[in-house]
Design a protein around this ligand. Sequence first.
Ligand code: 5AD
Ligand code: SF4
Length: 447
Amino acid sequence: MQTFHIKTWGCQMNYADTEKIRYILCSGGYREVSFRENPDLVILNTCSVRQRAEDKVLGLSHAMRSLKNNNPRARVVLTGCMAQRLVRNGCNEHEDAKYTRSLARRLPWVDLVIPIGDRTGWEVMINESIVPESAGDAQVLYDNCPQERSDRIRANVPISKGCNNFCTYCIVPFTRGREVSRSYTAIFNEVTDLVLRQYRLITLLGQNVNSWRGGKDGCSLSFPDLLRAVDQIDGLYWLSFLTSHPKDFSPELVDVLADGRHISPYVNLPVQSGSDTVLARMNRKYTTRDYRKLAENLRKRVPGVRLCTDIIVGFPGETEMEFNETVSFIKKMQFGMIYLAKYSPRPGTAAFSLPDSIPEEEIERRRRIVEDVQSSIMKKRNSARVGSAVQVLMTGHGRGLTFDLTEITIEGGEDEGKGGHSGEVGSFINVVVTEGSAGGLRGMVAV
Ligand code: 5AD
Ligand code: SF4
């Protein structure tokens, strides 16, 4: 029996793709092993959002060469966003073609490139007849391919792929292509099946879930319709969704959240910058005022909403004043969490050729300032929860999530089996919060 090992970087969408690839390979008779076991097939499911993610793959040269020494049958397959860079010249810019050539030169140990979503490519590879080159209309894509899930209680369900927004810093519209929605029926049936199989946290995934479009019985449906319909499925589960674009987060969606039965009050709403001039240069199509009004509405209508965001510091030309606007915005908004990134120029994107890049030391200085500000906000927010009673979904030994998806450690729960006491993975338990820090919450099982 042939063996495989798969490494994944990047967003939840990549992890969902990995589960599909795992399904295809396991159905084709492959067995998953650790890298140390010198597998016959190593799959690298890669990310191109930041240079650092690509560097991690480029840095595997030594490991891949020694794998091939240890197992002469071993082959390396590249998929994910870096693979898209190699199989099609999605970005028209001159820099991108140059970059693609340099990537190809730096990956001589890659034996095969399989584009994202190309189910036929994997099947052909398993049968070893021809080397697939690119995804095309005639090929079966893995949009509705089952996922061999690695988690027993948490499941991500892709509802769309690609993105049409072209934020000037972002490579995703080039690597994952234009947005395509998955059908209502496929999504609804998959969630129903997951609920039956006792998955407890189901996350609808898309680069921008808010622009999902579908149809049922001749009627056209929007994302709020989909969310409302999925939320009607009976069962013991929480429902969440990732990621939202502020420009498409409609008042109707706020209504659905406010009336939800299973919908978690966790809202991931990337703002990227707190400066209107930077937002315009990023092509985000909203202002800080629009964002603030949306946040106020959410906080008014959805009790306990936990608003989290993404911030990029050091976008080209970001002045000290623009950066300070971001810092004040963060202080004003009191986010539950910030996914903070230093701007990374991506060849082929519009921002790549913008003048006035910010020196690395300055970007790092700005990153640290935002980190410190946010850390004290989180400390304050989390310590304000001490003494409150929360429902917790157990995700591991002594670990769980509150309904707004904040991580919580259950005191004594880590010593499970040695007299410690908490719930089994997948159970919901009642907990009293005993401690809140920047890193999360601690609590005790309520009696
Ligand atoms: N540099 C830094 N961060 C980026 N992101 C996307 N592209 C870049 C880039 N070129 C961040 C954004 C996005 C998240 C997924 O990654 O904040 O919301
Ligand atoms: Fe990238 Fe913007 Fe699309 Fe998000 S919305 S994937 S940041 S282009």
